[in-house]
Design a protein around this ligand. Structure first.
Ligand code: GLP
Length: 243
């Protein structure tokens, strides 16, 4: 199975392509079930979707969204929570009804139940039509860190040391950096009908190279995407070619 790889000049162009891609899917299916990612990579894609909403009136009234993951222990009002991120970068700027946006609840006092409930909700909505993904430096997708079984569904994870360190820049002290998260599993992600992976910057070159040319192995979770039958990768050229 061959993925589609779209090469773009830079972050701006990647973000334009990505927004165009998502827009097309929303126009084709106004009741799209859209899987969302956080992190730095999709921020400008979301900005472009918001712009398009204002200019061309693409309506998001009927779509439903499911986010990949959320930290455990951060309140929704914490600027580092993914709840906060989604409100800030997308939900507050488009006309999607709040009750159609789902993000795992990392504040639940029964996290095991929350995982099952999240899976049920996705099923109830007929599965995810289009899942947007970013790529972790160590190949994580969502918060599925290296070593995660490809069979996992939504579950609780301990974050890898490298991920905790990568996140540290957003917090004042190491103590505040979350050590755990709730994430869709690899199985959940692979069941999406279509996947759009966004990769930007030369610091992702090694990870993207492993994805494109490496073995399919749980030590590099994103490698499983090679087995998806409807995967598009939009990457910047410095992530594709080393210089
Ligand atoms: C984070 C998120 C992922 C994201 C990845 C890459 O930890 N949980 O969903 O794709 O790491 O982040 P960035 O886009 O900032 O490089």
């Amino acid at each position: 199975i061959q993925m589609k790889l779209i090469r773009t000049k830079n972050y701006q162009e990647m973000s334009k392509e990505a927004a165009r891609f998502i827009n097309k899917r929303v126009h084709a299916n106004p009741a799209l079930t859209l899987g969302l990612a956080t992190g730095g990579t999709p921020i400008q894609t979301y900005e472009n979707l918001a712009k398009d909403y204002q200019q061309n009136e693409t309506s998001y009234q009927q779509i439903t969204t499911f986010n990949l993951d959320e930290y455990i222990g951060l309140p929704e009002t914490d600027p580092n929570s993914y709840h906060f991120y989604m409100q800030k970068h997308l939900f507050s700027k488009i006309n999607i009804p709040n009750e159609q946006t789902f993000i795992p609840n990392g504040q639940s006092d029964n996290l095991a139940e929350e995982c099952i409930a999240y899976e049920d909700l996705i099923k109830k909505h007929g599965g995810i039509d289009l899942q947007i993904l970013g790529l972790g430096h160590n190949g994580h997708i969502g918060f599925n860190e290296p070593g995660t079984s490809f069979e996992q569904r939504t579950h609780i994870v301990k974050l890898a040391e490298s991920t905790i360190n990568a996140n540290a820049r957003f917090f004042d002290t190491m103590q505040e950096v979350p050590k755990k998260a709730i994430t869709m599993g690899i199985s959940t992600i692979m069941e999406s009908k279509e996947i759009l992976l966004l990769v930007t910057g030369k610091e992702k070159y090694n990870a993207l190279t492993k994805l494109l040319h490496g073995e399919i192995d749980p030590s590099f979770p994103a490698s499983i995407l090679n087995e998806h039958n409807n995967l598009t990768v939009i990457a910047t050229e410095d992530a594709i070619i080393s210089n």
